[in-house]
Design a protein around this ligand. Structure first.
Ligand code: C2E
Ligand code: MG
Ligand code: MG
Length: 564
C-alpha cells in the first residue's frame, strides 16, 4: 500500500510513520510538508490513501480535500484527516468536505491507524460508486437522448450561469435560437425515423460549424439553441449563423430520400438586448419568428421595434375581442363600375374600425383576427350586415346589385360557414347569385380539403366565388382550374403607370386573355387614373373598382352618390 503523508510538522510526521511502520502491508510512505507539495506528489504517483493534517499554513487540509474532490473521479484517493484537536464539529467538517475518516493526533496508535486506513478505503470505494450512478442520472437528466446535446433543462440552468459570468466581463453573450424549416412536413411525409435521422445529421453539420466551446442544446422537436460567449463584435454571431445556414443549403439524404432542410435563426445579445435569461430567450424567439416570416432560411437579430410591433399586435388583439363583443365596426362600400356605361353593378364591403384607439387598418387587424380565430365571429357580423344592406338596396334601388364580401382562409375552415351564409341570405331574402365571396390565393395554398369542400358548398348554393388580389401571390393556373372560381380580381399592383414599359401592359393583356379564354370574369382593382381606365377598356375588362370612380363609402354616401 502506498501512502502519502501531508503534514507541516516534522515531529508529527515521525509519530504517524512510527505507527504505520509496524503494519506489514505498507510498502511506501511519501512525505509532503505542504498541501502544494502533496498535490504535486499526487500528480506523479498513484496513492492508496492520503493522511492529511488539518492545520497547515497557506492551503489547509480542508481546502486540499476540496481541491482533490473536484478533480475527475473525485481525485481517486481515500483521505484520512489528522488533527491536534479531537473536536467533533471539526471531524464532521472534514467528512463533509470529502475525507473518509478523521483521527485526532492524541489517539494515534498502530491499531487505530490501520483501522482508519482500511475503513477509509472501503468508504471511498462506496462513495465513488454512488458518484458514478449520480453522474449517469445527471447525464440522463441533462442530455437529449437522440442527439446527445444538452436538453432544455440543462440549457436553462447553464444559460443563467453563462449570463452571471458575462456580467463580470465586458464582452457579450449571443443566444441563437434555431428552428428547422418545414421539419413537420418531412416528419409527416417520410416518417418519424427519417425525422430522427435528419435531426442527427443536422446536429452533426451544425457541430462542424462550431468551435466546440459553445453551449449547443436541443430544446425540443426541431428547435435548437446555441450560446456563444466572450463575443466582442456582433459580427461573430452573424458569421456563425451564416455558416450554419450555408452548410444546410445542400439537400440531405435521409432513408433514401433527398430532403431540403433550411433553418431560421433568431439572435439576441446579452447584455445589450436583455439582462435576464428569460428575456434573452424571449427576444431571440421574437427574432426567430421574424426570420421565419421574412421567408425562412435566414437569420435575424432582435430589434427593439420588433417588440414594439409585437406588443402593438397584442394590444390590437385584446381590443379586437372587446370590439367584436360590442360590434363596434362599420362596413364601407366601394362601387364596382361597368366599363361601358360607368354604371354601378355592385359593391365590395370593406370593414372599418373607427372606435379603435390603436387606429388600425384592415390590412393590420384582419391578420391578427385570423391568428386568434376571432375572424370567424367578426366575419359573421360582416356578411350578415352586408347581406342586410344589399337586401335594402336591391329593394329600394337596383334589384341586380351585387355584394362582394372578403372571406379569410380561417373562415373557410369553419364547417358552419356555408350554412350561416345560406341562413343569412334566406333571412334577408337575397338570392345567392348576387353574393360574391372573395378569397385570396394564400387561402387556397394550404390545399386543405375543408376549404375546398366549403367553397364547393358555397358555389353549389349559387354564390359567386372571386379570386382576390390576383397577381400578387402565386397567380397559379391550377388554382383557377381546381376550385369553383367565377371571377378573378386583378390586384391594383398589376395596373401599370402610364410611363412604365410595354412589358407590364403586355403581361396584363396576356393574363386577361387567358382568364377570359377559360371563361372567367375579371374585375380590375385599384383603377386610379384615366390611363388605367382606358387600358382596362382596351383589354375588354368589363368591371372596374378604384379611387378613380370612388373610394369606399359609408352606406348613406353610397346611396346618395350612386343609387338614389
Ligand atoms: P381587398 O379585398 O383587396 O380590398 C381592396 C383594398 O384596396 C381596400 O383596402 C380598398 O380600400 C383599397 N382600394 C380600393 N381602390 C383602390 C385604389 O384605387 N387604389 C388603392 N391604392 N387602393 C384601393 P382596405 O379597405 O384597407 O382593405 C384591405 C384588405 O383587408 C382587403 O383587400 C381585404 O383583403 C381585407 N378586408 C377588408 N375588409 C375585410 C373583411 O370584412 N373581411 C376580411 N376577411 N378581410 C377584409
Ligand atoms: Mg377584396
Ligand atoms: Mg384585392
Amino acid at each position: 500500500m502506498n501512502i502519502l503523508l501531508v503534514d507541516d510538522d516534522s515531529v508529527d510526521r515521525e509519530i504517524v510513520k512510527r505507527a504505520l511502520r509496524s503494519s506489514a502491508d505498507i510498502s511506501s510512505i511519501t512525505e509532503a510538508k505542504t498541501a502544494e507539495e502533496g498535490l504535486i506528489a499526487l500528480e506523479n504517483k498513484q496513492f492508496d490513501v492520503i493522511l492529511l493534517d488539518y492545520m497547515m499554513p497557506q492551503i489547509d487540509g480542508i481546502e486540499m480535500v476540496i481541491t482533490l474532490r473536484n478533480k475527475p473521479n473525485l481525485g481517486d484517493t481515500a483521505i484520512v484527516m489528522i488533527s491536534i484537536s479531537d473536536d467533533e464539529q471539526l471531524a464532521i467538517e472534514c467528512l463533509q468536505a470529502g475525507a473518509q475518516d478523521f483521527v485526532a493526533k492524541t489517539e494515534i496508535s498502530p491499531g487505530k491507524m490501520k483501522r482508519a486506513i482500511v475503513q477509509a478505503q472501503k468508504r471511498f470505494e462506496l462513495e465513488k460508486k454512488l458518484f458514478d450512478s449520480y453522474c449517469q442520472v445527471r447525464e440522463l437528466a441533462e442530455k437529449d437522448s437522440l442527439t446527445g446535446l444538452s436538453n432544455r433543462y440543462h440549457f436553462e440552468k447553464a444559460l443563467k450561469i453563462y449570463l452571471s459570468n458575462n456580467i463580470r466581463s465586458n464582452k457579450n453573450v449571443a443566444l441563437l435560437l434555431l428552428d428547422l424549416d418545414h421539419f413537420k412536413n418531412i416528419n409527416d411525409s417520410y416518417g418519424h425515423d427519417a425525422g430522427d435521422e435528419l435531426l442527427k445529421k443536422v446536429v452533426d453539420i451544425i457541430n462542424d460549424c462550431l468551435r466546440g466551446n459553445e453551449l449547443f442544446a436541443r430544446l425540443g422537436g426541431d428547435e435548437f439553441a446555441i450560446l456563444l460567449s466572450g463575443i466582442s463584435d456582433v459580427k461573430e454571431a452573424s458569421k456563425v449563423a451564416e455558416r450554419i445556414i450555408g452548410s444546410l443549403e445542400d439537400p440531405l439524404h435521409v432513408k433514401g430520400n433527398k430532403v431540403q432542410c433550411g433553418v431560421s435563426i433568431g439572435i439576441a445579445m446579452h447584455p445589450e438586448n436583455a439582462s435576464t435569461s428569460e428575456s434573452l430567450v424571449k427576444y431571440a424567439d421574437i427574432a426567430m419568428y421574424r426570420a421565419k416570416h421574412q421567408g425562412r432560411n435566414r437569420y435575424c437579430f432582435f430589434q427593439e421595434t420588433m417588440q414594439q410591433q409585437l406588443s402593438r399586435a397584442y394590444q390590437i388583439k385584446m381590443e379586437l375581442d372587446e370590439a367584436i363583443k360590442k360590434q363596434s365596426f362599420e362596413l364601407h362600400y366601394q362601387p364596382v363600375i361597368n366599363t361601358q356605361d360607368k354604371e354601378i353593378v355592385g359593391v365590395e364591403a370593406l370593414i372599418r374600425w373607427p372606435s379603435s384607439s390603436v387606429n388600425s387598418t384592415p390590412d393590420e387587424f384582419i391578420p391578427i383576427a385570423e391568428e386568434s380565430r376571432s375572424i370567424i365571429k367578426l366575419g359573421q357580423w360582416v356578411f350578415d350586415t352586408a347581406i342586410e344592406q344589399l337586401a335594402s338596396w336591391q329593394k329600394d334601388y337596383k334589384s341586380t346589385l351585387t355584394m362582394a364580401i372578403n372571406i379569410s382562409a380561417v373562415q373557410l375552415s369553419d364547417d358552419s360557414l356555408a350554412s350561416s351564409i345560406q341562413g343569412s341570405l334566406k333571412r334577408h331574402g337575397v338570392s345567392p347569385e348576387h353574393l360574391i365571396l372573395e378569397i385570396t390565393e394564400t387561402a387556397l395554398f394550404s390545399r386543405s380539403e375543408n376549404a375546398k369542400a366549403c367553397l364547393q358548398r358555397l358555389s353549389e348554393l349559387g354564390c359567386k366565388i372571386a379570386l382576390d388580389d390576383f397577381g400578387t401571390g402565386y397567380s397559379s393556373i391550377s388554382h383557377l382550374m381546381n376550385y369553383p372560381i367565377n371571377i378573378v380580381k386583378f390586384d391594383k399592383t398589376m395596373l401599370p403607370e402610364s410611363n412604365q414599359s410595354d412589358r407590364y401592359t403586355a403581361l396584363m393583356r396576356g393574363l386577361s386573355s387567358m382568364v377570359n379564354i377559360i371563361g372567367l370574369d375579371i374585375i380590375a382593382e385599384g383603377v386610379e387614373t384615366e390611363f388605367h381606365w382606358s387600358l382596362c377598356e382596351e383589354l375588354s375588362i368589363k368591371e372596374l373598382q378604384g379611387f378613380y370612380f370612388s373610394k369606399p363609402l359609408l352606406s348613406s354616401e353610397l346611396t346618395a352618390n350612386w343609387l338614389a
